[in-house]
Write a protein that binds this ligand. Structure first.
Ligand SMILES: Cc1cc2nc3c(=O)[nH]c(=O)nc-3n(C[C@H](O)[C@H](O)[C@H](O)COP(=O)(O)OP(=O)(O)OC[C@H]3O[C@@H](n4cnc5c(N)ncnc54)[C@H](O)[C@@H]3O)c2cc1C
Length: 551
């Protein structure tokens, strides 16, 4: 309790307690839904354990568009309740729950026709602004003339864009945010164990009373006792239900969404851009000094853990973006590509156990077993609450109400003050103000822990490489405090070098492995193996990307 650190020692202790203690709730899955459920349960005073088969956020929760949004397209479907709920979550995240991680981002909605288009889009965006209620952390939408567009977004084609409406949503580093929710759950007493996979449920008659898990690092099997098992397995839900012999009230299919990453110089615009496409929307999202552009929406039934983009996916994104861009995006400008899988929920016919909402589905298909799937990243907190509300049926004692609306994530406290003090902090630690800003936007008030590392070893104040904002201290911190256990964890999720750096950060693997090896107790052989694992993983991806660029 009270410490949020995720480390090797913490993992060992967590694995030990999994086999020894009786839990109220065992959560399967360390994506954003499982993270939200763990925090909800722990902060209600329940004894909770969360197990994740791989790394935190290694599934869909590190591969999204990274937007915290109400979902403009739901307005066209008149789903006002849904939009209002998501906008309420967005407001709380930006202003109090996680302001160090969730940042406002502006989008231009280009218009192609002067009067009708502007009236329709303007009315939609006014409604979008009204639905968030009275709290206003983000600016109101604004109409822009063609002349103004030419100033702020010179890359938009003047011959077809007649004006635009600018509105605001928010963006987040999804993997970092999910990890921060899990650290917050740990601070409130949750037992957290990654690389621990649930293999089977334990039953007493028809009632589920726990699960058999395996530590994938050692092969050790452990029986975990819990009054309620809550599965938050996203796209793995169908597979798990089948394995557990559970007949749920819904099924989960997968839809693939691909994003490309291009350098900042490829698109000249001070703000993001949203484009309406025939099937959905395409976002051009500023990401540091780069752009993330996507996404696609195609059915998928391949490898769940490693979805790949195809040449058609990339071509679709380029074609859609290039309808309005001048100069056009070129394949050879693409730095990175990533693919994610949406868990799409379909209700089973005649289900008596499923509560299906447009966005997410909760199901109690056996006594002691709850599952939740679908939804979107933005509403993770509501999903966590709904899952635990249902799990409480099996706890059989009075349980406090959810309080996560009033529970800022670790690092949020004092963030706004620290931003104002950044010049002093920079002087005290001999770092640039830009570095302090970078650290505050990743760690919030936990910056002190990263700075402690620097104070104890000055070498760690240096950037990982001259062209990157990441400091060496952050790489060490990823394993001492953020639960990273491999080179891949550090490159793909604690930092986002996998799509931010050229060649998926391959040139940095030696340096990263050397920095983390002592803290993970690695032998030379272990270090080599972790590097090789990452190289093998990206080899296929880089080859695929090169093929895409050449295609
Ligand atoms: C391309 C794309 C773009 C998106 N963009 C947005 C966006 O901009 N905004 C937004 O709000 N939403 C967005 N979403 C949706 C959002 O990303 C997902 O709804 C959300 O991340 C799903 O989280 P999850 O925790 O349910 O699933 P996951 O993140 O996949 O987590 C499930 C976890 O369960 C673990 N697991 C599975 N089986 C087991 C087992 N047996 N034992 C232990 N662990 C197990 C997996 O390893 C995995 O980590 C997007 C989705 C996609 C694909």
């Amino acid at each position: 309790m009270f410490t949020s650190e995720l480390s090797l020692d913490q993992r060992d202790a967590a694995i030990d307690s999994l086999g020894r203690e009786d839990f109220d709730v065992l959560i399967i899955g360390g994506g954003v839904t499982g993270a939200g459920a763990a925090l909800d349960a722990a902060s209600r005073g329940l004894k909770v354990a969360l197990v994740e088969a791989r790394d935190i956020a290694s599934g869909t929760s590190s591969r999204s568009s990274k937007l915290i949004h109400g979902g403009l397209r739901y307005l066209e479907q008149y789903d006002f309740k849904l939009v209002r709920e998501a906008l309420h979550e967005r407001e709380m995240m930006v202003s109090s729950l996680s302001p160090h991680l969730v940042k406002p981002v502006g989008f231009l909605y280009p218009l192609h026709e002067k009067l009708k288009d502007r009236t329709y889009v303007g009315a939609g965006l006014a409604l979008y602004d009204v639905l968030r209620g009275f709290q206003r952390a983000l600016p109101w939408h604004k109409h822009m003339s063609q002349k103004k567009i030419a100033e702020i977004a010179p890359s938009l084609r003047q011959d077809i864009v007649t004006g635009a409406v600018k509105y605001y949503d928010a963006q987040v580093d999804d993997a970092r945010h999910t990890m921060t929710i899990i650290r917050t759950a740990r601070r409130h007493g949750a037992t957290i164990a990654t690389r621990v996979e649930v293999n089977q449920l334990i039953r007493d008659g028809k009632r589920v009373v726990g699960a058999e898990v395996v530590d994938t690092e050692t092969g050790k099997k452990i029986k975990v006792s819990a009054k309620s098992v809550v599965m938050c397995a996203g796209i793995w839900s169908d597979e798990m239900h089948a394995k557990f012999g559970i007949k749920p009230g819904y099924g989960v299919t997968m839809s693939k969404g691909v994003h490309i990453v291009v350098p900042g110089s490829a698109i000249k615009s001070d703000t993001g851009i949203i484009l309406k496409t025939a099937i959905s929307v395409l976002f051009l999202i500023p990401w540091g000094d780069k752009w993330i552009v996507g996404t696609t929406d195609t059915p998928y039934d391949g490898d769940r853990a490693h979805p790949h983009a195809t040449s058609e996916d990339v071509q679709y994104i380029l074609d859609q973006a290039n309808k309005v861009l001048d100069p056009k995006l070129k394949r050879e400008e693409i730095i990175g590509v990533y693919a994610g899988l949406r868990p799409l929920v379909a209700n089973a016919k005649d289900s008596s156990t499923t509560k299906l909402s447009r966005e997410h589905t909760t199901d109690r298909s056996a006594p002691g077993f709850v599952s939740i799937a679908g939804g979107k990243y933005t509403t993770y907190r509501v999903m966590g609450k709904d899952a635990i509300d249902l799990a409480i049926t099996d706890i059989r004692r009075v349980v406090a109400k959810s309080c996560t609306e009033k529970l800022p994530l670790v690092g949020a406290d004092g963030y706004f003050a620290l931003v104002q003090q950044r010049a002093q902090i920079a002087t005290e630690y001999g770092l640039s103000e830009k570095s302090i800003e970078h650290l505050l936007n990743r760690y919030g008030s936990m910056i002190s822990e990263v700075l402690d590392l620097i104070a104890s070893d000055k070498k760690l104040s240096k950037p990982l490489s001259p062209d990157l904002d990441y400091l060496k201290a952050e790489i060490v911190y990823a394993v001492t405090h953020e639960g990273a256990m491999t080179v891949d964890d550090v490159i793909s999720r604690r930092t986002r070098l996998a799509f931010e750096a050229p060649h998926a950060g391959i040139n940095l693997v030696e340096e990263i492995a050397t920095l983390i090896a002592p803290y993970l107790g690695w032998s030379a052989k272990d270090k080599k193996a972790s590097i090789a694992q990452y190289r093998d993983q990206v080899d296929a991806e880089v080859k695929a990307l090169e093929a895409l660029v050449k295609a």
